[in-house]
Design a protein around this ligand. Structure first.
Ligand code: PMP
Length: 325
């Protein structure tokens, strides 16, 4: 089949797929546009997801935990009174159809976005969640693993993660990502790859687009949902794999900044970043400055699971060849 995926100039940036699902139709990506009056553009009132699809051993493509991502999208949407118009099953089917139409069997990244669009007749202009129409768009692009398996250096951000009384931090709301963008920008300007954000209580919340795990005195720990973090699907995958495959229980416990700096191992988890070892924090080495044994074992397990090498987790993989939207 001819692939509809455009090639990135120089191969550096992820190549954009040429199709999107937009307003209920599959259209060329350049037609998936929004007017400047779009409410979400003006007020950040959109919700989104990042989903990966992985090439399997037989060369086919499968979406990893798509249903869980869409369940989270629907929860996020509910928070902003966005009617997505499709349930999680249907969203999975649309995604599979989009990937089939794009026709690539390379690893893909899928970006669904549900957002507030236009004021309904009779609604006066202003910041509001009612009296505004809703819309859904899904696009996908070719994106392989970009994890630095040798480990990254992170900064502790001077930007704090907002608490849940300020923003719905458990929802993936576009406007909230101003905080993440500022944290990444600050970290990169200082020469770090990413930032760890503390919450308003000064405890570890998460990294800019991933969750944080640490091995502290031999125990695997990740901050609880009450630490004002997005409950990552990769975080949950890692907790499951650690328990099932490595006989390691995860403690959901608050981490102080110095717990992190004195940890034996630290790693980040996210759909995009997968599992990435943190080998330095604020210029200090984590452990001996190389990825630790538990981090390495979890990375191996995760990469096997997403490629369908563990039958036990096949329920997390949806073959793109199946179903029809
Ligand atoms: N925290 C934030 C702020 C994120 O943007 C992400 C990426 N979605 C994560 C954590 C990790 O979530 P997941 O494992 O579901 O991708």
């Amino acid at each position: 089949m001819t692939s509809a995926v455009t090639t990135a100039p120089g191969g550096a940036a992820p190549a954009l797929a040429a199709l999107a699902y937009h307003d209920g139709q599959f259209v060329p990506l350049e037609q998936a546009r929004v007017p400047v009056t779009t409410q979400a553009l003006q007020y950040g009132t959109g919700v989104f997801e990042g989903i990966r699809a992985y090439t399997q051993a037989d060369g086919t493509l499968a979406v990893f935990r798509g249903h869980d991502h869409y369940a989270r999208l629907l929860r996020s949407a509910r928070t902003l009174r966005i009617d997505v118009g499709l349930d999680a099953e249907r969203l999975c089917a649309v995604t599979a159809e989009l990937l089939r139409r794009i026709g690539s069997t390379d690893d893909m990244y899928i970006r669904p976005l549900a957002y507030k669009r236009a004021l309904l007749p009779g609604t006066p202009p202003g910041v509001q969640l009612t009296g505004v129409s809703d819309a859904l768009s899904v696009n996908a692009f070719r994106m392989g693993s970009y994890t630095d398996r040798g480990g990254i250096q992170v900064a502790i951000s001077s930007w704090r993660r907002p608490e849940s009384g300020m923003l719905p931090v458990r929802a993936k709301v576009t406007g909230g990502y101003v905080n993440n963008a500022l944290a990444v920008d600050e970290a990169r300007a200082a020469g770090y790859a990413d930032a760890v954000l503390l919450n308003s209580r000064g405890l570890v919340a998460e990294a800019s687009t991933s969750n944080v795990f640490a091995v502290v005195r031999g125990r695997l720990i990740t901050p609880p949902a009450t630490a004002d973090l997005l409950e990552g699907i990769t975080r949950e995958t890692v907790v499951t794999l650690a328990a099932d495959l490595l006989d390691t229980a995860t403690g959901f416990e608050d981490l102080a900044r110095d717990d992190l700096c004195n940890a034996d191992e630290v790693f980040l988890t996210g759909t995009g970043s997968e599992i990435v070892p943190v080998t330095g924090i604020g210029g200090r080495a984590v452990g001996d400055g190389t990825p630790g044994p538990l981090t390495t074992a979890l990375m191996t397990a995760y990469h096997e699971v997403v490629r369908g090498k563990h039958e036990r987790y096949h329920h997390w993989l949806q073959a793109v060849g199946q179903d029809s939207a």
